[in-house]
Write a protein that binds this ligand. Structure first.
Ligand code: DGL
Length: 269
C-alpha cells in the first residue's frame, strides 16, 4: 500500500518528509523526474505531458492516490488532468489548495464562498511557470476577497538546489526577496510556492524579516493529506514504497540523503 508523491526533482522530498512524520504508518512511493527538471522554465503543455506520464507510471505501479508535490505541475497540469478524467478508483491532488486553505483560515476541504480574511498583502515566491499560470491567484479568489498578491518568479533557485549549490541558491533567494520588496515593501505573509523552497526557508525568513509570516507547504500538505486519508482510506492503494528517478540514481540519492539527512536510495524509474 503506497501513496504516490511526485515532483520534478528533489523538492517534493520536503512534502514526503512531512507526510512521513505526520503519517508514520503510511507507505509512500516517490517519483522525481530529475531528467527533466526544472519544470519551472517549461511551457504549460510540456509540464502537462511530463506530469501525466509520471502520474500514469505511479498509478500503474498500484498507487491509487498521487500527490503532485510540485506547484509547477499543480499549476500547469492538475486541473487539465482532472478535467480530462482520471481512471476509475484513481485520484490526483495538488499542493495549492491546502496552502490557500491555511492562508485563508479555512478547514480542509471547506468550499464555501469567498470571504474577507485577516491577511491583505501576500508575497508569492514561485517558479516562472507557476507565476505565469496565475493558478495561485485563481484558487485564492475562490476562497478570499480583498487580498493583494505580489508574485516573484524565482529564476535559478531550483537549478541551484538540484545541483546542490546552496551558496548560489541563498544568493538568488536574497536577490528575489529584494526584488519583491521593491514591488511590495511590507508583505504581511509570504508563500513559498515551490516545494524546493522549504530547503531555503530560513534564508527567506531572514531576508523578509521576522514580522512576515512565512507559509511553507510541507506541513500543511501533510496535515490535509492525513485528513483526506481519514475520509478516504481506500485511496491508500497498492504498490510498493520506494524512491524512483528518471535521473542518475546515484547522484539523486546523494543529494536526497544530504537534504533529508538520512539515507535515501533512489532506483531508476
Ligand atoms: N518543486 C517544484 C515546484 O513546487 C518544481 C520546480 C521546478 O522543477 O522548476 O514548483
Amino acid at each position: 500500500m503506497a501513496v504516490g508523491i511526485f515532483d520534478s526533482g528533489l523538492g517534493g522530498l520536503t512534502v514526503l518528509n512531512a507526510a512521513q512524520k505526520r503519517l508514520p504508518d503510511v507507505d509512500f512511493l516517490y517519483f522525481g523526474d530529475s531528467a527533466h527538471a526544472p519544470y519551472g522554465v517549461r511551457d504549460a503543455d510540456d509540464v502537462f505531458d511530463l506530469t501525466t506520464a509520471a502520474v500514469n507510471d505511479l498509478w500503474g505501479r498500484g498507487c491509487n492516490l498521487v500527490v503532485l508535490a510540485c506547484n509547477t505541475a499543480s499549476a500547469a497540469a492538475l486541473r487539465r488532468m482532472q478535467e480530462a478524467g482520471v481512471p476509475q478508483g484513481k485520484r490526483v491532488l495538488g499542493v495549492f489548495v491546502p496552502l490557500i486553505e491555511a492562508l485563508t483560515e479555512r478547514q480542509w476541504g471547506d468550499n464555501s464562498p469567498p470571504r474577507e480574511v485577516e491577511v491583505k498583502h501576500v508575497a508569492l515566491f514561485a517558479t516562472p511557470a507557476t507565476v505565469a499560470s496565475r493558478a495561485f491567484q485563481r484558487e485564492l479568489a475562490f476562497r478570499a476577497i480583498g487580498v493583494d498578491v505580489e508574485a516573484q518568479a524565482c529564476g535559478g533557485v531550483v537549478d541551484a538546489i538540484e545541483e546542490g549549490d546552496m551558496i548560489l541558491a541563498e544568493a538568488l533567494v536574497r536577490s528575489h526577496v529584494d526584488a519583491l520588496k521593491r514591488k511590495m515593501p511590507h508583505p504581511q505573509a509570504a508563500v513559498l510556492g515551490c516545494t524546493h523552497y522549504p530547503l531555503m526557508a530560513e534564508v527567506f525568513q531572514d531576508a523578509l524579516g521576522a514580522d512576515v509570516k512565512v507559509f511553507s507547504q510541507a506541513d500543511l500538505v501533510a496535515e490535509s493529506l492525513a485528513d483526506y486519508l481519514d475520509r478516504r482510506p481506500e485511496m491508500l492503494g497498492g504498490g510498493e514504497p520506494g524512491f524512483l528517478t528518471t535521473g542518475d540514481p546515484r547522484k539523486v540519492s546523494d543529494r536526497a540523503t544530504q537534504f533529508l539527512r538520512r539515507k535515501i536510495t533512489f532506483e531508476a524509474a
